[in-house]
Design a protein around this ligand. Structure first.
Ligand SMILES: CC(C)(COP(=O)(O)OP(=O)(O)OC[C@H]1O[C@@H](n2cnc3c(N)ncnc32)[C@H](O)[C@@H]1OP(=O)(O)O)[C@@H](O)C(=O)NCCC(=O)NCCS
Length: 208
């Protein structure tokens, strides 16, 4: 969640970018656009969202530059972090963003991070977006394992990761140097076969 992995060099440009688009009952996950810069800056710079993040834009220009760099990336041809928009598809409104670190090596583990604007938190949007993203990572992309790194003080994120059925694998003590202090780092992970088991038990629960 804090994107501790090294940013690798981006691969592909443009046309394939829209392959990233994912629809859920309420959300559309698609490419960040230049017009999103002000909204992205507003929630990413909000102290409530920025507190446990590795990246916080200093101004709208930095948000714009970030979006511009992201416009050349795709989930389906990635080699490093790819960030997409989370929108309410009813209104097209940007309510957050979700990043996946997808190494080109298909056997390497995938990492994700997510932010939801404070005004839209508490409605189940993060879980809805991440579940759809699991489907892409394990289904279409056929990856083996996904993990997230989280500050133990970030109670909302820890609750979200548990609610997603992820296992806590580690609690590293003062393993991360960020903004002038040593931070603890918890690792939550999910394997493809565990995800498939969740899928099966969910559908059994629906039938019952
Ligand atoms: C973590 C975050 C993405 C959750 O977004 P959200 O849309 O509010 O989450 P959801 O509504 O899908 O809730 C997911 C689960 O977490 C729980 N949860 C959410 N916020 C919580 C909070 N503040 N305290 C306790 N539990 C919380 C929900 O109850 C839900 O659990 P349930 O399914 O058992 O009911 C959001 O709080 C956020 O953007 N935080 C700031 C950015 C951040 O720190 N990202 C992580 C970087 S390390």
């Amino acid at each position: 969640m804090r994107m501790r992995s090294v940013q690798q060099h981006p691969p592909v440009v443009s046309a394939e970018r829209m392959e990233t688009a994912i629809r859920t009952p309420r959300l559309l996950l698609d490419a960040l656009k230049p017009a999103d810069a002000e909204t992205l800056f507003a929630y990413r710079a909000d102290p409530e969202v920025a507190r446990f993040q590795g990246w916080c834009p200093a101004d709208v220009e930095e948000a714009r530059a970030f979006i511009d760099a992201q416009s050349r990336l795709s989930f389906d041809h990635a080699n490093g972090w790819v960030q997409c928009a989370i929108r309410l598809h009813k209104y097209g409104e940007l309510i957050g963003d979700l990043g996946l670190n997808l190494p080109a090596d298909r056997e390497a583990t995938v990492e994700f991070g997510i932010s939801i604007a404070p005004a839209h938190q508490g409605h189940g949007y993060a879980c809805e977006a991440v579940k759809a993203c699991f489907e892409r990572v394990f289904g279409t992309l056929g990856r083996h394992r996904i993990h997230a790194s989280v500050d133990p003080r970030n109670l909302a994120s820890v609750a979200m990761l548990k609610s997603l059925g992820m296992r806590q694998e580690a609690h590293h003590r003062e393993s991360l140097w960020l903004r002038g202090e040593w931070l603890d780092d918890m690792i939550f992970a999910l394997l493809k076969r565990e995800w498939m088991l969740h899928q099966t038990s969910d559908s059994i629960a629906v039938k019952l």
